[in-house]
Design a protein around this ligand. Structure first.
Ligand code: FAD
Length: 447
């Protein structure tokens, strides 16, 4: 196929947001009589699922302290449920298991889930939590837990399988996906400043509209669009904080215990919910009995046949390097800088053993292969979904986003003329206006 010289819509990035936007935009254009999938071109410099979406743990949950995030996640869960097969989605549910410091936050999440009709069970109290957990796993032994939130919807999806499923759905609507094409810049119309053409290493493409869904690479697009490197943020007391860098990187810590995934079943032999435990109980090494940490720690895990073992992660850490000097490429397991090391394996496997007896003495089975990756985070660690330069929609999920399959649907609706109330709390102007999201007591930057 000759390299296209023009198209109505270019979507940059064949990860979850780019592909979801492409598929849903094709549907919206057809439904509204405004065009079809043939008007849409997805460009990716490497391949489908080459970014964060292809290495994500794939956990899909609602558990967020911020009302706007919860409503958005509830919407996304409904999209996951709409085609479980193509999205390789396992609706096993999700559990947030917490210490006293988080009990009130999680209780309010449970109340608000009830208010929006998102089914969950909230278990309050140490004894009650232990009983509830032992009812699911008779070897449950985590200490210091005083509440459990059991979300009945949600679960996880197999990362690359879901991306190929999504790509297939988009292509069946006539969308073209071109891989091995790197976007290097934009041409702007004189007078208006809108983007008139996308410049790539294979040629120039004239466009009506462009969507940027570049995940961890968003900072380079921000620069191509001449958007501000720093922002001013108004806090809850009305004070302005200037010169806050727009992008910072965090390193995600994930890995796989190389055991039979069936090792983690419920007492009834069923596939279990995804488990997320936060704890302030001392974390003791399962290898040598030493103290790993007396600080708050958190892990998540699930049996996964795609990763072939028990797969999960721990709290990420902020990359201390100047964001201008962080090498996003090579990405993920190929990165020389951002793959997990033996400390992660030691901590995560010990935490698994802290939670369930079946994981004691299993650390040697940890799969010693590169895993993990970085994410680009906004100043408040919440997504920015907004239109710049009149016709350029930037989807910057601040690394919340594998679970946000529904964002592409909402973006498609917005592009075709239906603004979304679910997306409004995520506009860039919130920083200057002080319309910030509430912050929880969780050790994770995206809770
Ligand atoms: C280790 C890890 C685990 C995670 N686990 C979870 C989880 O369990 N649940 C969850 O909800 N989220 C999770 N996340 C976050 C989630 O993966 C991301 O938020 C989400 O995948 C981002 O999707 P995206 O479509 O924006 O970007 P990506 O999937 O990164 O896709 C961006 C694409 O843009 C392409 N691209 C970049 N630059 C250019 C260019 N110049 N020209 C053309 N193409 C370009 C890249 O090749 C890439 O394919 C995890 C992230 C990591 C790193």
């Amino acid at each position: 196929m000759a390299f296209p010289q023009s198209t109505k819509y270019v979507i940059v990035g064949a990860g979850i947001h780019g592909l979801s936007t492409a598929y849903h935009l094709a549907l919206e254009l057809r439904r509204k009589g405004k065009g079809s999938g043939a008007d849409i071109l997805v460009l990716d410099k490497t391949s489908i699922a080459a970014g964060a979406s292809g290495i994500a743990c794939g956990v899909v949950r609602n558990n967020y302290f911020q009302p706007a995030m919860r409503e958005l996640m509830a919407h996304s869960v409904s999209v996951w449920e709409s085609d479980t097969e193509a999205y390789s989605y396992h609706p096993v549910g999700y559990m947030q298991i917490s210490p006293e410091a988080m009990r009130e936050d999680v209780a309010s999440i449970a109340e608000q889930q009830e208010a929006i009709g998102y089914e969950s069970v909230f278990v309050d109290g140490a004894k009650e939590s232990a009983e509830y957990m032992k009812g699911l796993f008779d070897d449950w032994q985590a200490q210091g837990i005083t509440s459990v939130l059991h979300e009945k919807p949600g679960g996880y999806s197999n990362n690359t399988k879901a991306m190929y499923g999504l790509a297939g759905k988009a292509e069946s609507e006539g969308v073209r996906i071109l891989t091995g094409v790197s976007v290097t810049g934009f041409e702007r119309a004189s007078g208006s400043g809108a983007v008139s053409a996308v410049i790539t290493d294979r040629g120039r493409i004239e466009i009506d509209y462009v969507v940027i869904a570049a995940g961890p690479w968003v900072k380079s697009f921000w620069e191509m669009l001449d958007l501000p490197r720093e922002v001013s943020i108004k806090d809850a007391d009305g004070a302005m904080h200037d010169h806050i860098p727009m992008w910072v990187y965090w390193s995600l810590q994930e890995g796989t215990l190389g055991v039979d995934p069936k090792m983690q079943r419920t007492n009834d032999g069923e596939m279990p919910p995804v488990i997320h435990v936060d704890s302030d109980a001392p974390l003791i090494s399962d290898v040598d009995g030493s103290l790993i940490t007396a600080e708050m720690w958190g892990i998540y895990y699930k049996p996964d046949f795609h990763f072939n073992g028990i797969q999960g992660g721990a709290a990420p850490f902020k990359v201390p390097t100047d964001p201008d000097k962080v090498a996003v490429d090579p990405y993920g397991p190929e990165s020389p800088d951002f793959v997990v090391g033996p400390e992660f394996a030691h901590m995560w496997c010990s935490a698994l053993a802290h939670c369930q007896k079946r994981f004691e003495d299993q650390t040697p089975k940890y799969k010693d292969e590169p895993s993990g990756g970085i994410g680009a985070f906004t100043p408040d660690s919440f997504p920015v979904f907004d239109v710049y330069r009149e016709n350029c929609y930037v989807i910057a999920d601040s690394n919340h986003g594998y679970k946000m399959l529904g964002v592409g649907k909402l973006v498609a609706e917005e592009i075709t003329g239906d603004p979304s109330v679910l997306m409004t709390p995520f506009r860039f102007s919130r920083y200057e206006e002080g319309k910030l999201h509430p912050v929880s007591n969780s050790p994770f930057p995206w809770s």
